[in-house]
Design a protein around this ligand. Structure first.
Ligand code: SF4
Length: 118
């Protein structure tokens, strides 16, 4: 029996998940999305990555970014290494795409705040 916290809504139900021969059994979910979440967590956990990117000539040295959608949890380390190597020129506006289809994962890396020029 595995315990997971559902993150599909702010209620954060604590799920008890049991893997069986025919699939999974889930308890503790207050709606069907909890079961979907548990299945995905067992088969292919996904996360939205939030981090920051270096800014050249910016009023701030870094600008916060996030992926435009969830990426496989197993790719997070590789993504973090890659994002560390990125640099973007100021000014940066919230919503700017820093890198399209990052690492071919089908999501973009997007700025989540503004950064003016120095
Ligand atoms: S199981 Fe449903 S109600 Fe509970 S946290 Fe997940 S989405 Fe929200």
């Amino acid at each position: 029996m595995e315990r997971l916290k559902c993150v599909r809504c702010p209620l954060g139900c604590i799920l008890k998940v049991k893997v069986t021969k025919s699939g999974i059994e889930v308890e503790g979910n207050r709606c069907p999305r909890g079961e979907e979440f548990a299945l995905q967590e067992i088969e292919n956990p996904m996360r939205i990555l939030t981090t920051s990117v270096k800014v050249l000539g910016g009023a701030l040295p870094l600008v916060s970014v996030k992926t435009s959608g969830a990426v496989p949890k197993e790719k997070i380390k590789e993504l973090m290494e890659y994002i560390k190597s990125l640099e973007v020129k100021a000014p940066v506006k919230i919503g700017d795409v820093i890198e399209k289809n990052i690492l071919g994962l089908g999501v973009d890396l997007v700025a989540t705040r503004d950064c003016d020029e120095r």
